[in-house]
Write a protein that binds this ligand. Structure first.
Ligand SMILES: [Zn+2]
Length: 593
């Protein structure tokens, strides 16, 4: 297969994009020396160990070991395939991808998720056209009645699914869309007992496309116009859509969330759109589900703080209790915003305006304080306080982090006016013995230190110009560590095939190697600033090669001495003589180093 290879495009995209800029959109990064540091989006941490190196265009997390280039980052972050990441980054870099062979047809045919997204985009365009057609008049005037600006309607791509059973279906058929995939996308319903009966899922509804962070439409929400049940109908979960992992509006609001330093959680499409319309842009909505850990992790990529708008009813209180745990576990500073009884966020901003809501958010108590005050409660009598302590203990038991747990114990016991130790006993009594006891420190079998060998490979990777001289000196044959030897040899071959290895090629080379303790150690070295100065490379590499060889000779002497004394004690004088000669030869060789 001739023509453009994916590799060419990958290199072109990489040369046009900057990893620090890209990752900054998802992780807040601070400069630290020559690297950038942030909280890892792939594991939960309090102190930043996620490192991005601009020079090498790579990231590495010292906490969880995730590493790679811009492609690896997006794939891991969005759980995306390589073609998806390639397409996204190509768009971003302004690099045109050939239509085939590796994107469509050929090796890669779009997977179910990609197909669903494609169909959703076709459907969304259709719904939008409907809204603006005479048939969509009722839907459009409903939006106008709610006072929504045209720009908001456009921003969220609102549309209308007309009142009929097969409008969308025929449109999709005209567009040569596979109805089977449309059914998987949840747009078409196939009757279980009669597969030939197929009809539109969304009828006479206002349509809200649900986009992922990258702006791909992964699902829809539909609100009934007029009477009818259910009021809101959502796409079922699919290969493209999992409601517990998606936040509605995040694609539009992520910049504002980053700017403001916090995100506001609301519960539905209209609440979000109403707030947006009132000028509050740092807002996201859950989609017919309670807040999940994934939601919290997702928002934490953009900001350290959050505010949650709760209803003041019982359901709201329950939701609050669940959320406290999630925010505490994620080490996020969250506030609980309670709106006056009977008002949802949409009503509230329409009546009092956006600024009034922002003030409420600013004045809101931390979710932890609010939880302790209202849900755990004080209790007037001794019995009531005891009951509150039991409720609190049940909750505290669920907190993973020991420090957070003890902090909670302290605050709750102060609040209830009970002894900390009593509460502690209650909590730790509930914790399983496995968790309350510290795990014994595990001792790894010690690996022979391979300092000189690691140093030499580190140098070869930072400064590939030294590789030929290292190869010439036959240094790799003196490696005692087999893993390092094979990494070094492979790197030598890699470099000899590259005309001019870029600074990041060592890291991508290691990416392609079998993961091992040694390659991991090298990645850690490479992500940091290079300790080698370009001026003294010659003497430095000869010195390192000498150190590697000396070490090898030392080992050989040691083993010869051992064998020699064994030969002597068993009376094998022939062998003894041979070994002695070998020892002398080695000593002569070593002198010449
Ligand atoms: Zn990590």
């Amino acid at each position: 297969m001739k023509g453009v290879q994916p590799g060419d495009k990958v290199a072109e995209i990489k040369s046009r994009l900057d990893i620090v800029e890209l990752i900054s959109e998802y992780v807040s990064l601070k400069k630290a020396g020559r690297n950038f540091l942030g909280l890892c989006p792939f594991h939960n941490e309090k102190t930043p160990s996620f490192t991005v190196n601009r020079e090498k265009q790579m990231f590495y997390c010292f906490g969880c070991g995730e590493k790679g280039d811009i492609f690896a980052f997006l794939m891991r972050l969005n759980n995306a395939t390589f073609p998806e990441a390639l397409k996204l980054l190509a768009d971003r870099a302004g690099v045109a991808l050939p239509a085939s062979p590796f994107l469509r047809g050929g090796k890669h045919s779009p997977n179910a998720r990609e197909q669903i997204i494609q169909i959703n985009h076709i459907a969304a365009a259709y719904f939008t056209a409907n809204l603006l057609s005479p048939g969509g008049k009722a839907a459009l005037s409903y939006l106008k009645e709610r006072g929504l600006k045209e720009s908001t309607i456009k921003e969220f791509g609102l549309g209308y699914a007309s009142d009929g059973w097969r409008h969308l279906k025929s449109h999709l058929e005209q567009q040569k869309v596979s109805l089977k995939m449309a059914a998987e996308a949840g747009l078409i319903v196939v009757k279980e007992d009669r597969p030939d009966v197929q009809y539109d899922r969304f009828r006479h509804r206002l349509m809200f496309p649900v986009k992922d962070v990258e702006g791909r439409i992964i699902a829809f929400g539909g609100r009934i116009l007029g009477d009818g049940e259910p009021k809101y109908l959502n796409s079922p979960e699919s290969a493209a859509y999992s409601k517990g992992r998606q936040l509605y509006g995040l694609n539009s609001s992520k910049d504002a969330i980053r700017e403001k330093g916090y995100g506001i959680f609301v519960e539905g499409y209209f609440d979000l759109i109403a707030l947006w319309d009132a000028g509050i842009r740092n807002v996201v909505a859950t989609l017919g589900t309670a807040l999940t850990r994934d939601h919290v992790v997702l928002i934490k990529r953009y900001a350290e703080r959050a505010a949650v708008l709760f209803d003041s009813d019982e359901a709201g209180k329950k939701a609050l209790a669940r959320s406290v745990e999630l925010f505490v576990a994620a080490h996020m500073d969250a506030r609980a915003v309670i709106l006056p009884e009977g008002l949802d966020p949409d009503d509230f901003v329409r009546r009092f305006g956006g600024e009034a809501l922002e003030r409420r958010v600013e004045e809101a108590p931390s979710i932890v304080d609010y939880y302790i005050d209202t849900v755990i409660g004080g209790g007037a009598t001794f019995e009531e306080r005891g009951e509150a302590a039991v409720r609190a203990a049940a909750f505290i038991t669920g907190i993973e982090d020991v420090i957070d747990r003890n902090l909670f114990i302290k605050r709750v016991s102060e609040k209830l006016g009970i002894d900390q130790d009593i509460l502690k006993k209650e909590v730790y009594g509930r914790l399983s013995p496995k968790r309350s006891r510290e795990a014994p420190p595990s001792r790894r079998p010690e690996k022979r230190a391979a300092g000189p060998e690691v140093n030499l490979i580190h140098l070869m990777m930072e400064c590939p110009t030294v590789v030929p001289s290292v190869v010439e000196a036959n240094a790799m044959n003196y490696f005692l560590d087999r893993e390092l030897k094979s990494i070094g040899e492979a790197w030598g071959r890699y470099v000899s095939g590259e005309a001019n290895p870029a600074p990041e090629s060592a890291l991508s080379f290691l990416q392609g190697q079998e993961p091992s303790e040694r390659s991991e150690a090298l990645v850690k070295l490479l992500i940091q600033e290079s300790p080698f100065s370009k001026e003294s490379l010659g003497p430095l590499s000869s010195d390192m090669i000498r150190q590697v060889k000396r070490r090898w000779y030392k080992e050989r002497h040691k083993s010869l001495t051992e064998r020699l004394s064994a030969a002597q004690s068993s009376g094998d004088s022939d062998l003894g003589r041979k070994l002695l000669m070998e020892k002398e030869r080695l000593m002569r060789e070593e002198k010449d180093l």
